[in-house]
Design a protein around this ligand. Structure first.
Ligand code: LIP
Length: 275
C-alpha cells in the first residue's frame, strides 16, 4: 500500500491560476504540434541511445511553453525534458514534457501528448495532459477530481489480476528493454493482456479513464509522469513505485486499490524495478 499524499490546503485562486495557465500552454503547444508537423519530420538529435530521439518540434514546443510560463509567472521554477531548467523563487515548479510519445509523433502515430504539471513546494497541485490528435484533454487539481474534457473520471473497479488489462512501456537502452521483456514475459500469462501505447502520460490517463486496469513502467522521468500521476490519483487510482515508495525512475505503478497491491507485489517479485 502506498501512502497517498493528503491534499494540502492551497488557495483556490492559486489552483485556478495554475490550471488556467497549464491548459492554455498545453492547448497552444498541442495545436502547434498537430497543425505544424512537417511532412518530412526527422530526428534533430539523440540522447541516451540512437532510438532516444528529439525532433525540432520537441524543442520548439518546450520553448513555446516555457516562454508562456515566463510571461505569466516569471518567478516560477521550470523542469523540462528538453533541457529547460529554472530554479525559481515562488515555490511553484512547472514540470513539462513538450511531447510525451516522441517516437509516436515522429512516425505520425496519434498517441502523443503535451504533459504539464505544476508543483507547489514539491507537491503536484495541477496536472494537464493534452492529446491533440485524439481531441482529448485530461486535467486534475489536487483534491478536486480528474476530468477528460468535461467528463468527471473514475477508475474501473479493480478486477482480479488475471482479468486485468495492463499497460506498460519499454526504455531506450537495448539492455533495459531485454530485461523489461523478461518481466513482461512472466507477467503476460497472469493478466488479461498487455498494451504498449508509447506515452506514459496517456497511459496514466487511460487508467484514470478506465481504458486500462493498470499501468506500470520502469525508467520514466518526472516529466513523463508528473501530470498523469495526479490525474490518475484524482480519478481514484493508487500510484507508487516499489512497495511503500512514491513513483520514481525505478518504477511507476498505477491501478485501483485491490489490483494495485497485487500488481505491485508481483512486480516486486519479478524485480521489475531493476535492470
Ligand atoms: C516516453 C514515455 C513512454 C516510454 C518511452 C518514452 P518520451 O517518453 O512516455 O512511456 O515507454 O520509452 O520514455 O521520450 O516520448 O517523452
Amino acid at each position: 500500500m502506498t501512502d497517498q499524499p493528503e491534499p494540502a490546503p492551497y488557495p483556490d485562486a492559486l489552483k485556478a491560476e495554475l490550471l488556467e495557465i497549464a491548459l492554455d500552454a498545453a492547448a497552444r503547444a498541442g495545436a502547434f504540434l498537430r497543425d505544424g508537423r512537417p511532412e518530412d519530420l526527422g530526428v534533430a538529435a539523440t540522447k541516451s541511445s540512437a532510438v532516444d530521439v528529439v525532433t525540432e518540434m520537441d524543442i520548439a514546443s518546450e520553448k513555446m511553453i516555457t516562454g508562456l510560463l515566463a510571461d505569466r509567472r516569471p518567478d516560477d521554477g521550470v523542469l523540462g525534458e528538453e533541457g529547460a531548467s529554472v530554479e525559481g523563487s515562488s515555490g511553484v515548479q512547472w514540470v513539462i514534457d513538450p511531447i510525451d510519445g516522441t517516437v509516436n509523433y515522429l512516425y505520425g502515430l496519434p498517441s502523443w501528448a503535451v504533459s504539464i504539471a505544476a508543483r507547489v513546494h514539491g507537491e503536484t497541485v495541477v496536472g494537464v495532459v493534452y492529446a491533440p490528435v485524439r481531441g482529448e484533454t485530461w486535467r486534475a487539481v489536487l483534491g478536486d477530481g480528474a476530468f477528460l474534457n468535461d467528463r468527471p473520471l473514475h477508475v474501473r473497479p479493480a478486477p482480479a489480476l488475471g482479468l486485468a488489462l495492463v499497460g506498460t512501456g519499454f526504455g531506450y537502452l537495448a539492455e533495459r528493454r531485454a530485461r523489461q521483456a523478461e518481466v513482461v514475459r512472466e507477467l503476460i500469462p497472469q493478466v488479461r493482456d498487455i498494451r504498449r501505447g508509447g506515452s506514459a502520460a496517456i497511459d496514466l490517463c487511460d487508467v484514470a479513464t478506465g481504458r486500462l486496469d493498470a499501468y506500470y513502467e520502469r525508467g520514466l522521468n518526472p516529466w513523463d509522469y508528473a501530470a498523469g500521476d495526479l490525474i490518475a490519483r484524482e480519478a481514484g487510482a493508487l500510484t507508487g513505485g516499489r512497495p511503500g515508495e512514491r513513483l520514481s525512475p525505478d518504477l511507476t505503478v498505477a491501478a485501483p486499490s485491490g489490483l494495485f497491491e497485487l500488481l505491485q507485489g508481483r512486480l516486486e517479485e519479478l524485480g521489475a524495478w531493476h535492470d
